[in-house]
Design a protein around this ligand. Structure first.
Ligand code: HEC
Length: 154
């Protein structure tokens, strides 16, 4: 009788442990699902194309047609740009643009137009395009990390 009770108790504890383990694994999967890297195809080709037009109209006068910047305007492509944004999010980048760019016409661009331009900036920096567009919602944008080097090279 006693032995049986102990067995039942042990089984209950084991089942409990397995369930905790499973829910932690699910949580981890969810967290990694949410956090994206710019290497994972976070914009589409069409979106970058739209962004290119907007960039030419609103940004290239200062940041240049090749995104290299000029004496004053910082580059938006290449190692200097990537190292200054490495580890930050595309949301941080979007905020920076929203509050300060273009300096001669603040507030001109919608959140959608800004993410379209950033898609073009990402494509110019050789980050891959993917199947879904970069979403302008701030809570989603801040989960997309800028990573200068690919953490999972193929
Ligand atoms: C009138 C010139 C001008 C225009 C137009 C302009 N910028 Fe800038 N931009 C600057 C200057 C100057 C700086 C650096 C000084 C500063 O931070 O304000 C800068 C800085 C930036 C930075 C920060 C770069 C870094 O790594 O620190 C980003 C991002 C940026 N611009 C994006 C844009 C985008 C996107 C557009 C078009 C929507 C745009 N800019 C239009 C002049 C301009």
């Amino acid at each position: 009788m006693k032995v049986k009770k102990i067995k039942v108790a042990t089984a209950t504890i084991l089942i409990g442990l397995v369930m905790i383990g499973a829910s932690q694994a699910a949580l981890r999967a969810q967290q990694t699902d949410k956090a994206l890297s710019v290497w994972e195809g976070v914009y589409t080709k069409e979106q970058a194309k739209r962004g290119e037009g907007l960039y030419v109209q609103n940004c290239s006068a200062c940041h240049g047609p090749d995104l290299a910047g000029n004496d004053e305007a910082a580059p938006l492509a290449g190692p200097v740009f990537l190292s200054s944004w490495d580890g930050l999010s595309v949301g941080d980048l979007a905020n920076r643009v929203r509050v300060s760019m273009p300096p001669n016409n603040l507030g001109k661009l919608s959140r959608q137009q800004i993410v379209d331009i950033l898609s073009y900036v990402l494509s110019f920096n050789n980050f891959p395009a993917g199947k879904s567009e970069l979403d302008p919602k701030p809570e989603l944008l801040k989960q997309v990390r800028v990573e200068a080097t690919n953490p999972k090279p193929k």
